[in-house]
Design a protein around this ligand. Structure first.
Ligand code: ADP
Length: 637
């Protein structure tokens, strides 16, 4: 019979597994048991609403058996099983979840060496080939009367043939490799080793994992035993349950070590890195639940895409009732992974009903507070960790502040970090306020590509000279965040580009008015030259030594304009009303004035030149770079 070939990616992965240099080969068992347990969960869930499922809850099991003579280890379950198509699709193709990342990494030079390939790519089933040179999977899908055998000796392909199987479920037979100099594969045929592995990796799996175990006991003393009777021993076998089945989150906190939490996380949520933080919490009273939540160290590759689905696993008395219950997590904390277990939900509650469930809302609100508290704790006690959290998920929190018309800003404002003129380190707003000078009227900010650029913008000079700190808004969404916040405990945020960013005395006001009056002819000339490109040309109140800058009147700032242009929802509506600001005390202005008086043609060129400088400073594109070059070169001649 012709062999079918694995999909290309799967083949490469299989090669890796077969020739594995991976040191923890023993984890294959964890992977197979966890698949079997998922399959059992699926059928158990079906049983809640479907009377044709004959297996009773207490009869669901994963059974292991080892045959030393035949060199086989068998893992079978009475779960949902697989159809022929599922066998081919699930076992002939690498798990879809990880394939994207996997492909990327393998195609680069940095093929994984000692990284946890298994966890990284979610290749569970394939790990069987680390210890077996042949794998036979017999499966019958629930509701089907056909059964199929999938068999493969590794990367050279696989076959699928029909067979008989009495019950729904899956049986996986591993033909264990012969020992070689590096590895004793015999151990995987030893029931005691197997039992230890189950304890080590799969103890909390809530389906019983059973195996025939041999025990010895003292024979009962016969009634007619002689005086000098010596106790005799006998061996017997029993079908033992190897795992304690108590889910991790049901165990007392004090009995759990960080490794327990971390390995549970990695296996359950397919991450290969330890989480940044763990929240193990429970409530009693109004609602009762236990929850085990994790904050991942990095954003999954699809986190900022539509594909990413938020949600927590919802269990009711140990039975999984929903894999990703979205209503348990607010959007701004959608990066959180975890499990909630509560007896308060009936097992066959529908999604629609659940959505409006009052209990669920209370739990979600509690968890939101817990997550915030945990993040604040990280921020205060482990700043570096918090900063790496921020690098991964800060963006999400900022969107959280802006979304829903700022409805969540109170929840999130303490969690925000910004760059500022106080130094290289990121600062919270509370820390900024702590450093504020007594007479400082506002919390200042400026938008710029980077903190370094922000520091050099001409409009920041007069604020910095006062000794006031400036927040550098370097992310597109930052300005929206500041707008949504509006103030911090009564003190308003203020752009350094606002005319009234610094309070003016009466004399200063009059002096400024006088200057504007005196230079009206120059301003009018520049406005006329630039036409519709600017709404106004004015004598600047925000420049100190810099000759020129661009600001915006009205609600749309230059940064917002850039943002909208990127989002492609721009159009004329979302343009900032540009204002060209000139510094009457700068040398350039004197030259401009002289030209306006003596040589109008030259003055027009100066006006365009100043406008171009202002665009460059504001990080906005020149309308016509070629014309600009001509202009500058023309002036040089
Ligand atoms: P993952 O478990 O990460 O999806 P695997 O390679 O371990 O990747 O498994 C691929 C798929 O094969 C599973 O998602 C599941 O649909 C199916 N599968 C594996 N083992 C079993 C089993 N014992 N019973 C039913 N389906 C299974």
């Amino acid at each position: 019979m012709a062999k079918k070939q694995f999909k290309a990616e799967s083949k490469r992965l299989l090669d890796l597994m077969v020739n594995s240099i991976y040191t923890h080969k023993e984890i294959f068992l964890r992977e197979l048991i966890s698949n079997a347990s998922d399959a059992v969960d699926k059928l158990a869930y079906k049983a809640l609403t479907d009377d044709s499922v004959m297996v009773k809850r207490q009869d669901f099991a994963i059974t292991l058996s080892a045959d030393k003579a035949a060199r086989t280890l068998t893992v079978s379950d009475n779960g949902i099983g697989m159809t022929r198509e599922e066998l081919e699709n699930n076992l002939g193709t690498i798990a879809k979840s990880g394939s994207f990342q996997f492909k990327k990494d393998l195609e680069g030079e940095k093929a994984p060496k000692d990284v946890d390939i298994i966890g990284q790519f979610g290749v569970g089933f394939y790990s069987a080939f680390m210890v077996a040179d042949k794998v036979t999977v017999t499966s019958r899908a629930f509701g089907s009367d056909e059964a199929w055998v999938w068999e493969s000796t590794g990367a050279d392909g696989y076959t699928v043939t029909p067979c008989e199987k009495a019950e729904a479920g899956t049986e996986i037979v591993l033909h264990i490799k012969e020992n070689d100099e590096d590895e004793s594969y015999d151990r995987y045929l030893d029931p005691h080793v197997i039992a230890d592995l189950v304890k080590k990796y799969s103890d909390y799996i809530h389906t019983p994992v059973k195996m025939e175990m041999e025990h010895s006991r003292m024979k009962e003393k016969p009634a007619d035993a002689p005086e000098d009777y010596k106790p005799e021993w006998e061996t017997y076998t029993s079908l033992d349950t190897l795992n304690s089945m108590v889910p991790l989150w049901q165990r007392p906190k004090g009995k759990l070590k960080p490794e327990d939490y971390n390995s549970f996380y990695k296996e359950k949520f397919g991450d290969w890195e330890d989480p940044l933080a763990v929240i193990h919490t429970s409530a009693e009273g109004q609602v009762e639940y236990k929850a085990l939540l994790y904050i991942p160290a990095k954003a999954p590759y699809d986190f900022y895409t539509r594909e990413y689905q938020k949600g927590l696993q919802l269990y009711s008395s140990g039975v999984l009732i929903m894999d990703k219950c979205a209503d348990l997590l607010p959007d701004h904390f959608r990066f959180v992974k975890g499990v909630v277990d509560s007896q308060d939900f009936s097992l066959n509650i529908s999604r629609e009903v659940l959505q409006h469930d009052r209990q669920l809302k209370i739990i979600a609100a509690n968890l939101e507070k817990k997550i915030k508290a945990e993040l604040l704790k990280l921020q205060k006690e482990e700043r570096e960790k918090y900063e790496s959290f921020w690098a991964a998920f800060g963006h999400q929190l900022k969107y959280g502040v802006v979304n829903d018309y700022g409805a969540h800003k109170e929840m999130l404002k303490d969690l925000l970090l910004f760059r500022s003129s106080a130094g290289e380190k990121l600062t919270t707003l509370a820390e900024y306020v702590e450093r504020m000078k007594e007479d400082q009227p506002y919390l200042y900010y400026v938008s710029a590509e980077s903190a370094e650029r922000g520091a050099k913008l001409p409009q920041t000079e007069r604020i910095l000279d006062k000794g006031y700190e400036i927040l550098y808004l370097t992310d597109e969404v930052d300005e929206f965040v500041v707008n949504a916040l509006a103030d911090w405990e009564g003190k308003a945020f203020k752009s350094v580009s606002d005319e009234d960013a610094l309070p003016e005395s009466e004399e200063e006001k009059q002096a400024a008015e006088k200057k504007a009056e005196e230079n009206k002819d120059v301003l009018d000339f520049v406005k006329e030259t630039l036409g519709d490109r600017v709404k106004e040309v004015r004598i600047s109140k925000i420049l100190k030594s810099g000759p020129v800058c661009l600001t915006a009147d009205g609600p749309v700032t230059l940064e917002m304009e850039k943002y909208f242009a990127k989002m492609e929802q721009g159009g004329p509506m979302m343009r900032a009303e540009r204002v060209l600001e000139l510094n009457p005390d700068a040398g350039a202005f004197a030259a401009l004035r002289a030209a306006v008086e003596e040589d109008k043609e030259k003055a027009a060129k100066y006006a365009q030149l100043l406008y171009a400088q202002a665009l460059l400073l504001a990080d906005l594109p020149l309308e016509d770079p070629a014309a600009y070059t001509e202009l500058v070169c023309g002036l040089m001649n």
